[in-house]
Design a protein around this ligand. Structure first.
Ligand SMILES: CC(C)(COP(=O)(O)OP(=O)(O)OC[C@H]1O[C@@H](n2cnc3c(N)ncnc32)[C@H](O)[C@@H]1OP(=O)(O)O)[C@@H](O)C(=O)NCCC(=O)NCCS
Length: 171
Protein backbone atom coordinates (compact mmCIF):
# COMPACT_ATOMS: atom_id res chain seq x y z
CA UNK A 1 0.00 0.00 0.00
CA UNK A 2 1.31 3.47 -0.78
CA UNK A 3 2.99 5.44 1.96
CA UNK A 4 1.65 8.92 2.57
CA UNK A 5 3.67 11.71 1.04
CA UNK A 6 5.50 9.28 -1.21
CA UNK A 7 4.02 10.27 -4.53
CA UNK A 8 6.54 12.38 -6.35
CA UNK A 9 5.28 15.02 -8.75
CA UNK A 10 6.97 14.17 -12.01
CA UNK A 11 7.72 15.90 -15.27
CA UNK A 12 5.42 15.12 -18.24
CA UNK A 13 6.75 11.78 -19.41
CA UNK A 14 8.26 10.39 -16.20
CA UNK A 15 6.20 7.61 -14.62
CA UNK A 16 4.58 8.31 -11.24
CA UNK A 17 6.74 7.18 -8.34
CA UNK A 18 5.15 5.27 -5.47
CA UNK A 19 6.92 4.10 -2.32
CA UNK A 20 5.44 1.08 -0.56
CA UNK A 21 6.58 -1.73 1.70
CA UNK A 22 8.95 -4.19 0.09
CA UNK A 23 7.38 -7.66 -0.36
CA UNK A 24 8.92 -11.12 -0.61
CA UNK A 25 7.63 -11.25 -4.19
CA UNK A 26 9.85 -8.23 -5.03
CA UNK A 27 13.05 -10.08 -4.12
CA UNK A 28 13.96 -11.41 -7.61
CA UNK A 29 13.94 -7.83 -8.97
CA UNK A 30 15.69 -6.52 -5.88
CA UNK A 31 18.45 -9.10 -6.35
CA UNK A 32 18.89 -8.09 -9.96
CA UNK A 33 19.30 -4.42 -8.95
CA UNK A 34 21.54 -5.42 -6.03
CA UNK A 35 23.91 -7.36 -8.31
CA UNK A 36 24.24 -4.38 -10.64
CA UNK A 37 24.80 -1.98 -7.75
CA UNK A 38 27.26 -3.53 -5.29
CA UNK A 39 30.63 -5.30 -5.57
CA UNK A 40 29.59 -7.65 -2.74
CA UNK A 41 25.82 -8.08 -3.22
CA UNK A 42 23.51 -9.45 -0.56
CA UNK A 43 21.97 -12.90 -1.06
CA UNK A 44 18.23 -13.48 -1.24
CA UNK A 45 18.30 -15.00 2.26
CA UNK A 46 19.82 -11.81 3.67
CA UNK A 47 16.94 -9.77 2.23
CA UNK A 48 14.38 -12.36 3.40
CA UNK A 49 15.85 -12.17 6.91
CA UNK A 50 15.51 -8.39 6.99
CA UNK A 51 11.94 -8.61 5.69
CA UNK A 52 11.05 -11.06 8.47
CA UNK A 53 12.23 -8.79 11.30
CA UNK A 54 9.60 -6.62 13.01
CA UNK A 55 12.36 -4.10 13.74
CA UNK A 56 13.10 -3.57 10.04
CA UNK A 57 11.61 -1.10 7.58
CA UNK A 58 12.04 -2.28 3.99
CA UNK A 59 10.70 -0.02 1.22
CA UNK A 60 10.28 -0.38 -2.54
CA UNK A 61 10.19 2.50 -5.04
CA UNK A 62 7.84 1.60 -7.87
CA UNK A 63 7.24 3.29 -11.24
CA UNK A 64 4.06 1.91 -12.86
CA UNK A 65 4.54 -1.73 -11.83
CA UNK A 66 8.32 -1.73 -12.03
CA UNK A 67 10.41 -1.85 -8.84
CA UNK A 68 13.18 0.68 -9.52
CA UNK A 69 14.75 0.98 -6.09
CA UNK A 70 14.69 -0.26 -2.52
CA UNK A 71 15.83 0.58 0.97
CA UNK A 72 16.47 -1.66 3.98
CA UNK A 73 16.76 -0.27 7.50
CA UNK A 74 16.83 -1.97 10.92
CA UNK A 75 16.31 -0.51 14.38
CA UNK A 76 18.52 -1.32 17.36
CA UNK A 77 17.08 0.46 20.42
CA UNK A 78 16.69 4.12 19.35
CA UNK A 79 19.10 3.89 16.45
CA UNK A 80 18.04 3.09 12.90
CA UNK A 81 20.76 1.44 10.83
CA UNK A 82 20.38 2.13 7.14
CA UNK A 83 21.67 -1.12 5.68
CA UNK A 84 21.07 -0.75 1.96
CA UNK A 85 19.71 1.66 -0.64
CA UNK A 86 19.94 1.09 -4.37
CA UNK A 87 18.29 2.34 -7.54
CA UNK A 88 18.30 0.57 -10.89
CA UNK A 89 21.06 2.13 -13.04
CA UNK A 90 18.76 3.50 -15.77
CA UNK A 91 16.62 5.43 -13.25
CA UNK A 92 19.35 7.11 -11.20
CA UNK A 93 19.59 10.90 -10.67
CA UNK A 94 15.82 11.27 -10.64
CA UNK A 95 15.40 11.68 -6.87
CA UNK A 96 14.35 8.08 -6.22
CA UNK A 97 16.89 7.33 -3.46
CA UNK A 98 16.13 10.67 -1.83
CA UNK A 99 12.43 9.81 -1.91
CA UNK A 100 13.10 6.42 -0.29
CA UNK A 101 15.09 8.08 2.52
CA UNK A 102 12.40 10.75 2.95
CA UNK A 103 9.78 8.00 3.33
CA UNK A 104 11.97 6.11 5.80
CA UNK A 105 12.27 9.26 7.94
CA UNK A 106 8.49 9.72 7.81
CA UNK A 107 7.86 6.08 8.72
CA UNK A 108 10.28 5.98 11.65
CA UNK A 109 10.07 9.50 13.03
CA UNK A 110 10.02 9.64 16.83
CA UNK A 111 11.59 11.84 19.48
CA UNK A 112 15.20 10.86 19.97
CA UNK A 113 15.38 8.58 16.95
CA UNK A 114 18.79 8.61 15.30
CA UNK A 115 20.02 7.17 12.05
CA UNK A 116 23.40 5.77 11.10
CA UNK A 117 25.04 4.00 8.18
CA UNK A 118 28.36 2.91 6.74
CA UNK A 119 29.26 3.72 3.16
CA UNK A 120 32.35 2.95 1.08
CA UNK A 121 34.71 5.92 1.28
CA UNK A 122 34.93 5.93 -2.54
CA UNK A 123 31.12 5.99 -3.07
CA UNK A 124 30.79 9.68 -3.88
CA UNK A 125 27.27 9.35 -5.29
CA UNK A 126 25.90 7.76 -2.12
CA UNK A 127 27.80 10.12 0.19
CA UNK A 128 26.44 13.14 -1.71
CA UNK A 129 22.91 11.71 -1.55
CA UNK A 130 23.15 11.02 2.21
CA UNK A 131 24.61 14.47 2.91
CA UNK A 132 21.74 15.97 0.95
CA UNK A 133 19.39 14.02 3.24
CA UNK A 134 20.95 15.47 6.38
CA UNK A 135 23.51 12.78 7.27
CA UNK A 136 26.87 13.99 8.55
CA UNK A 137 30.30 12.32 8.48
CA UNK A 138 31.20 11.01 11.93
CA UNK A 139 34.25 8.78 11.50
CA UNK A 140 35.90 6.01 9.56
CA UNK A 141 36.06 2.24 10.03
CA UNK A 142 39.41 1.21 8.62
CA UNK A 143 39.41 -1.66 6.08
CA UNK A 144 35.74 -2.37 6.85
CA UNK A 145 34.94 -4.02 3.48
CA UNK A 146 36.48 -7.47 3.21
CA UNK A 147 36.25 -7.72 -0.61
CA UNK A 148 38.81 -4.96 -1.22
CA UNK A 149 39.86 -3.70 2.21
CA UNK A 150 38.20 -0.33 1.63
CA UNK A 151 37.43 1.99 4.53
CA UNK A 152 33.85 2.75 5.54
CA UNK A 153 32.70 6.26 6.24
CA UNK A 154 30.35 6.35 9.26
CA UNK A 155 27.46 8.81 8.94
CA UNK A 156 24.81 9.92 11.45
CA UNK A 157 21.58 11.85 11.29
CA UNK A 158 19.27 13.12 14.02
CA UNK A 159 15.50 12.69 14.07
CA UNK A 160 13.73 14.79 11.43
CA UNK A 161 11.65 17.76 12.48
CA UNK A 162 7.89 17.36 12.04
CA UNK A 163 7.77 19.69 9.05
CA UNK A 164 10.64 17.79 7.45
CA UNK A 165 9.03 14.36 7.60
CA UNK A 166 5.27 14.38 8.08
CA UNK A 167 3.97 11.21 9.70
CA UNK A 168 2.79 8.47 7.38
CA UNK A 169 -0.90 7.55 7.44
CA UNK A 170 -0.31 3.83 7.42
CA UNK A 171 2.75 1.63 7.67
C1 LIG B 1 23.58 6.05 -4.45
C2 LIG B 1 22.27 5.83 -5.19
C3 LIG B 1 21.35 4.98 -4.31
C4 LIG B 1 21.61 7.20 -5.47
O1 LIG B 1 20.34 6.96 -6.05
P1 LIG B 1 19.62 8.05 -6.96
O2 LIG B 1 18.18 7.72 -7.02
O3 LIG B 1 20.35 8.20 -8.24
O4 LIG B 1 19.86 9.37 -6.09
P2 LIG B 1 18.96 10.70 -6.17
O5 LIG B 1 18.54 10.94 -7.58
O6 LIG B 1 17.91 10.64 -5.14
O7 LIG B 1 20.07 11.79 -5.79
C5 LIG B 1 19.86 12.73 -4.76
C6 LIG B 1 21.09 13.61 -4.69
O8 LIG B 1 22.25 12.81 -4.36
C7 LIG B 1 23.40 13.29 -5.07
N1 LIG B 1 23.84 12.30 -6.05
C8 LIG B 1 23.19 11.16 -6.43
N2 LIG B 1 23.93 10.50 -7.34
C9 LIG B 1 25.05 11.22 -7.54
C10 LIG B 1 26.18 11.06 -8.38
N3 LIG B 1 26.32 10.01 -9.20
N4 LIG B 1 27.15 11.99 -8.32
C11 LIG B 1 27.06 13.06 -7.52
N5 LIG B 1 25.97 13.29 -6.70
C12 LIG B 1 25.00 12.38 -6.71
C13 LIG B 1 22.93 14.55 -5.79
O9 LIG B 1 23.09 15.63 -4.89
C14 LIG B 1 21.47 14.25 -6.01
O10 LIG B 1 20.70 15.39 -6.21
P3 LIG B 1 20.64 16.05 -7.71
O11 LIG B 1 20.40 14.92 -8.68
O12 LIG B 1 19.48 17.00 -7.59
O13 LIG B 1 21.97 16.69 -7.91
C15 LIG B 1 22.50 5.14 -6.58
O14 LIG B 1 23.56 5.79 -7.25
C16 LIG B 1 22.84 3.66 -6.45
O15 LIG B 1 21.96 2.81 -6.43
N6 LIG B 1 24.15 3.36 -6.34
C17 LIG B 1 24.60 1.96 -6.18
C18 LIG B 1 24.23 1.43 -4.81
C19 LIG B 1 24.83 2.26 -3.69
O16 LIG B 1 25.97 2.70 -3.76
N7 LIG B 1 24.03 2.47 -2.61
C20 LIG B 1 24.46 3.16 -1.42
C21 LIG B 1 25.25 2.24 -0.60
S1 LIG B 1 25.51 2.82 1.06
Amino acid sequence: MPIAGAEKASPETAPQLEVRRLAYSDLPVVLSIERRSFPAPWSISMFAHELSKPSSVCLAAVEAVRVVGYLVCTRYHDVWHLMSVAVVPDRRRRGIAAELVTCLLAETRSAGARYTLEVRASNRAAIAMYEGMGFRRAGVRNRYYSDNGEDALIMWRDAPAVAEAPAAVEA
